[in-house]
Design a protein around this ligand. Structure first.
Ligand SMILES: Nc1ncnc2c1ncn2[C@@H]1O[C@H](COP(=O)(O)OP(=O)(O)OP(=O)(O)O)[C@@H](O)[C@H]1O
Ligand SMILES: [Mg+2]
Length: 352
């Protein structure tokens, strides 16, 4: 046989096949691996940038079509294997947590809009796709994450390091683990800053694809401390559809922009008959921010949260499953976009 097919021919055949979110050739992104050329077969692996990639089926189809159209007819069998490896940014920076690829804060301008519910759901959802995930409760005065995910116990100290609590497949840290249940936290700004620093840099997070951080309501000290402490991958802003809540969401977005934290997208929570629908999507479009999806008002979400079973919002027949998985996938895609397209913004430096 004169002109046997080579790996280079396969790569050439994939020219122009792009990741639909990242708008670059899969081959340039290093996503095509393990090309094996047989007498009448080709197999390869597409290594996605996140297992929660919303485009995986489309990517697979496009690779297959390109190979079918461009490789010689003698190739009868084409097999495409999908794997995923979450990417972090390409360079390390001051304040980065070693081993933690992406840090995402979930915030809002307003209290009670469902930040903690969404932070927990996002963490659990990313975990469902097989990623390694941490969940940090930065609501120091009103920690609700331990209850939501059914986590309890006291974090152990190992020398200088603090071990997170493992629950529902997540590594969790919260002020709630360090307090008696009905004690209030009384702390001034500098101490609060110290706790945030400790949670980020003294907790043994290990190797994580994603660390999700639940913020307290509003635009106060905690987001500022966070933005100073490390370069965040970005923030998710949660809001409810009514106009007053949207005003607060805009305030939160302005804050993140001032803090040089990329806004990865907006989520509309509790959409439905009571608060209306669609307000957040319109606002996101107006502000040029990705819209990650809406989560309707559902009594089951509150019940599962109250029962400490946040994970069951993903149960097979649960009405919250599909909307939440959609939000998780769109967020994962935005994180990949953030890492590949733009260099990370520097950590905010504030003199105190
Ligand atoms: N989509 C939803 N449908 C029904 N109930 C919801 C929904 N989202 C959140 N809730 C409920 O609303 C209440 C407030 O949610 P959550 O604690 O997540 O809000 P939050 O923004 O974190 O509040 P805070 O500002 O106090 O931290 C909880 O009882 C939660 O179960
Ligand atoms: Mg909360």
């Amino acid at each position: 046989m004169a002109n046997a097919l080579t790996q280079q021919d396969v790569i050439a055949a994939l020219k122009g096949v792009k990741d639909p979110d990242l708008h670059r050739d899969l081959t340039d992104l290093g996503m095509i691996r393990d090309i094996v050329v047989g007498a009448d077969s080709v197999s390869l692996t597409v290594n996605l940038t996140t297992p929660a990639c919303p485009m995986k089926e489309q990517i697979k189809r496009e690779v297959e079509t390109a190979l079918r159209n461009r490789l010689p007819e003698s190739i009868k069998s084409i097999s495409i294997n999908l794997t995923a490896e979450v990417r972090g940014k390409s360079t390390r920076e001051k304040g980065d947590i070693p081993g933690v690829k992406n840090v995402i804060a979930v915030g809002s301008g307003k209290g009670g809009v469902g930040k903690s519910t969404l932070a927990a759901s996002i963490a659990l959802g990313l975990r469902q796709y097989g990623s390694s995930v941490g969940l940090m409760d930065a609501d120091i005065y009103g920690p609700s994450i331990p209850h939501l995910v059914g986590a309890s116990g006291r974090p152990m100290a190992m020398g200088e390091r603090i071990m997170p609590i493992e629950a529902a497949g997540l590594k969790v840290m919260s002020m709630g683990f360090l307090l008696e249940p009905d004690r209030a936290v009384i702390m001034r700004g500098p101490m609060l800053h110290g706790v945030i620093q400790q949670f980020l840099h003294q907790v043994e997070w290990g190797e994580l694809d994603y660390l999700v951080i639940d913020l307290p309501p509003g635009t106060g000290d905690v987001p500022l401390s966070l933005a100073q402490a490390l370069p965040l991958t970005g923030a998710v802003v949660v809001c409810t559809p009514q106009a007053v809540a949207l005003l607060d969401a805009v305030r939160a977005i302005t804050m993140f922009r001032q803090l040089k934290v990329p806004v990865l997208g907006m989520v509309e929570n509790m959409s439905g008959e009571i608060f209306g629908r669609g307000g957040a999507a319109r606002k996101a479009e107006e502000l040029g921010i990705p819209f990650l999806g809406e989560l309707p008002m559902m009594s089951s979400i509150r019940e599962k949260g109250d029962a400490g079973q946040a994970g069951s919002v993903f149960d097979e027949h649960s009405a919250s499953r599909m909307p939440l998985l959609g939000i998780v996938e769109r967020l994962a895609a935005q994180i990949s976009i953030q890492n590949i397209q733009k260099p990370k913004m520097p950590t905010l430096q504030i003199l105190s």
